[in-house]
Ligand binder design. Structure first.
Ligand code: FE
Length: 186
């Protein structure tokens, strides 16, 4: 992607086409199907365009080697939520980017505040929860609840959790292209 005037939507469309068939972390769906399912749920619930885009793009940070090194250099740990958010922040508004940045924290939050939430995690998500620090502490919960995007973060997390169904046939990337073009000013 050129540094001068990158076409972010074309880049993302190409990314979904080239890499989308890869496995989604041990889940029975591909990366593309997972993200498209999350976006489909967001759309069905009448979420804002920004939040539909967040659902669609929430895991692009898993493709770390597609993200320019200078963007990764901005990150502290470059876990996938941070890498993806820092990359997308150059093109999309905070209402798209911040729920993506918080989507792992939202899982840790929900596991702390909702006793039944942990039981609904897939085995792969239970495994990554451990690596991500486990459920939030009471202090972390209190801090997370002060975030203005709290509701958006929780909604995205639920779509993320739901988008692991191999029987679902979500719309393809092209369905969401106009929405991404509007949001990125492209
Ligand atoms: Fe995800």
């Amino acid at each position: 992607m050129s540094a001068e005037k990158p076409d972010i939507v074309a880049f993302l469309e190409d990314l979904f086409a080239r890499r989308g068939a890869e496995d989604y972390l041990g889940e029975p769906v591909s990366m593309a199907s997972h993200m498209l399912q999350a976006a489909m749920f967001a759309e069905r619930e009448g979420a804002s365009p920004e939040l539909i885009a967040a659902a669609l793009l929430h895991d692009v940070g898993h493709f770390a080697n597609e993200i320019p090194p200078e963007v990764l250099a901005r990150g502290e740990d470059n876990h996938h939520e941070e890498a993806g958010a820092n990359f997308l922040a150059d093109y999309f508004p905070p209402a798209v980017v911040e729920p993506i940045r918080q989507h792992v924290a939202a899982k840790r939050y929900l596991c702390a505040v909702q006793p039944d939430y942990f039981a609904r995690l897939s085995p792969a998500s239970v495994h990554t929860l451990k690596l991500q620090g486990g459920p939030m502490s009471a202090d972390e919960v209190a801090e997370f609840e002060r975030k203005p995007q709290l509701d958006a973060c929780i909604r995205l997390r639920r779509w993320d959790e739901g988008g692991k169904d191999p029987a679902l046939a979500p719309p393809d990337f092209a369905h969401f292209r106009p929405l991404l073009e509007r949001l990125s000013g492209g």
